[in-house]
Design a protein. Structure first.
Length: 244
């Protein structure tokens, strides 16, 4: 499935959907009303904070390992660095999830139900059950499996892949999914999880590692026709025309 085509399958019937973009940031957002103007303002604001920090510390954007940030760094930068440090990856592995969560929290001031998708990483605010369709490239599970989540306030479902998509992965998983109330952590953990998987034989060890990470509530790994899962998640079979 080509980039962004999966958005045609995002259909939360109770919400209004709209897209916002700035350069490489391309977000799909669902709220009770159209708040695209507000979302665009906040996307610009948080992108600028990250970009200005990078301008003074290029390691933040290039390192594949955790980096220390200064005490005066913006909160979004600090959250990215913290999440990366917990799972042992570079801070930019957390950027999509962090931006989705920071924007989603601002939109939650207007809408009791919020869903923000940023490059396949999803932040949810609300209490309505949602089915998250999994894109796993050429795996037979791709677009045939969903994770049902019932957020109790905030929840993030983030995905990394080594066989498709634009994000950097050092592994070969068709899908590495991490779930947490902390979107920066879920995003960084999905990358770290995927980095640990080159063949189906790596799935058990990667799941055992994920179980040791404080703040993660569940994860899913797909390699070809093999699947492994850990934690609090409900998997549902779906057809390719369904899903939120």
């Amino acid at each position: 499935m080509s980039a962004r085509v999966y958005r045609q399958l995002m259909q939360p019937q109770d919400l209004v959907g709209y897209q916002i973009r700035i350069d490489e940031s391309d977000l799909m957002i669902f709220t009770e009303r159209d708040y695209s103007r507000e979302a665009q303002v906040w996307l610009s604001f948080y992108r600028r904070q990250v970009e200005e920090y990078i301008a003074n510390d290029s390691r933040f954007s290039t390192s594949l390992e955790p980096v220390q940030v200064c005490a005066k760094a913006p909160p979004i930068v600090g959250d990215m660095a913290r999440a990366a440090r917990i799972v042992g990856v570079g801070p930019m592995a957390a950027v999509a999830g962090a931006i989705a969560q920071y924007i989603g929290r601002k939109l939650a001031d207007y809408s009791s139900e919020v869903l923000v998708e940023n490059g396949g990483d999803i932040f949810i605010s609300g209490r309505t059950p949602r089915d998250i369709l999994i894109n796993a490239g050429t795996s037979p599970y791709s677009m045939r499996l969903a994770i049902r989540v019932t957020p109790a306030g905030e929840l993030a479902v983030c995905t990394s892949a080594g066989t498709h998509g634009h994000a950097l992965s050092l592994g070969k998983a068709d899908a590495a999914v991490a779930i947490s109330p902390d979107a920066a952590l879920a995003d960084a953990a999905a990358t770290a999880l995927g980095n640990r998987v080159n063949t189906e034989c790596d799935i058990p060890g990667a799941l055992a590692w994920a179980a040791t990470i404080p703040g993660l509530t569940g994860c899913l790994l797909i390699v070809g026709d093999r699947l492994g899962a850990w934690g609090e998640l409900e998997l549902l079979p779906v057809n390719c025309e369904e899903g939120d």
